[in-house]
Design a protein around this ligand. Structure first.
Ligand code: NAP
Length: 328
């Protein structure tokens, strides 16, 4: 076995849909990682995924994927099944990278994290923005040429172009704008403003019981955020980070960050431009693989506490609107 093979991280994919396709596009740009196997409840779609992305094994059942030779499982189903699949994978001895939101609510996520700790496995929520070159460059830039502590975050996105059969329309799948789009906004506010103190929400709920539009504002230890999500309006997905000596505009679509403009109180304007490659899932995947290789059990970027904070913010925002998922 070559030294490169020694470091190879083999993934098993659960849920070969849209996110999993982007994961496959990204992994092609990650050194020392591959998708070794896929399982989907629809065998034809799993076979099409395997063929398109040159995955050598199609697991005939979930259990056979979980007990195969893979090192890690990437969970890319809808949020209603994230917690149970993550726990099953962890209990089978696999490290887990799970799509956002990592669970429907804080109690599910607490069970996932407890399982990861009990079984000594790595668990990380796939929250991609902080790994993008632009986001890292922005952090670096603000260290060297500061605007002061960020005390206000404004971010949001609405997308009414999604079809009526899109998962976000269905309560039983963990739908709604808050859970579908909101994880990014929750991340941005927690990342810049620190732990959550409280949330206030206004919004509309569909007859199917999911939030179609929501404005939620959150108070954090270091400031406040004004956030919005929607699935029946269109909006421009940019974001603002505001401080005493300047502000940053993260240009659309900020959750795939590629451009930012920093405005200073003295009139200076600095443009940051860092295109991303391979669809952008590659950066978080690379980070996850490094954690596996180094025997680490928690990311220092997407910590368990940060995931819990995101889950709490989203849960409080939607329950204030009366959005509850089956079993809650
Ligand atoms: N990070 C990002 O940029 C990004 C982008 C898009 C989505 N996401 C996240 O990724 C997740 C999936 O979204 P998506 O847009 O990829 O959805 P999608 O295209 O509908 O794919 C979902 C996949 O999960 C499978 N699945 C659904 N319910 C299942 C169940 N009960 N048991 C087993 N398999 C099941 C589906 O199987 P069938 O084909 O049989 O229906 C499909 O393969 C969501 O949490 C979403 O928020 C993240």
């Amino acid at each position: 076995m070559s030294s490169r093979d020694d470091k190879l991280i083999r993934f098993g994919v659960i849920g070969p849909g849209r996110a999993a396709a982007r994961f496959a596009e990204g992994i092609a740009a990650v050194e020392g990682a591959e998708i070794a196997a896929v399982w989907g409840r629809n065998a034809e779609r799993a076979a099409a995924y395997a063929e398109k992305f040159s995955v050598s094994a199609i697991a005939p059942a979930l259990d056979s994927l979980l007990h195969s030779e893979v090192d890690a499982i990437y969970v890319a189903t809808h949020p209603d099944t994230h917690a149970e699949l993550c726990i099953a994978a962890i209990e089978a001895g696999k490290h887990v990278l799970c799509e956002k939101p990592a669970a429907l609510n804080t109690s599910q996520l607490a069970r996932v994290i407890s399982a990861a700790i009990a079984h000594d496995r790595l668990f990380m929520e796939a929250m991609k923005p902080p790994f993008f070159p632009l986001y890292r460059k922005l952090r670096d830039h603000l260290e060297k040429d500061p605007i002061g502590p960020v005390k206000f975050v404004r971010a949001g996105h609405c997308d009414s172009s999604i079809g009526p059969d899109y998962p976000l329309h269905f309560r039983e799948l963990g739908g709604g704008g808050i859970l579908g789009i909101g994880p990014y906004e929750a991340f941005l506010s927690l990342d810049w403003l620190g732990p959550l103190k409280r949330v206030q929400t206004m919004g509309r709920v569909t007859t199917a019981g999911v939030d179609s539009f929501a404005i939620f504002q959150s108070e954090h230890e270091r400031g406040m955020a004004q956030l919005h999500t929607g699935i029946d309006l269109l909006s421009h997905g940019d974001a603002l980070l505001s401080a005493t000596r300047g502000f940053v505009l993260l240009h659309a679509n900020w959750w795939n960050p590629a451009r930012a403009t920093v405005h200073y109180i003295d009139g200076r304007v600095v443009e940051l431009d860092e295109p991303f490659t391979a669809g952008g899932f590659n950066y978080e995947t690379d980070h996850f693989c490094e954690l596996v290789r180094n025997g680490q059990r928690e990311s220092s970027v997407i910590t368990h506490a940060l995931s819990m904070g995101m889950a709490r913010l989203l849960e409080e925002a939607r329950t204030e609107l009366g959005v509850r998922f089956p079993g809650e």
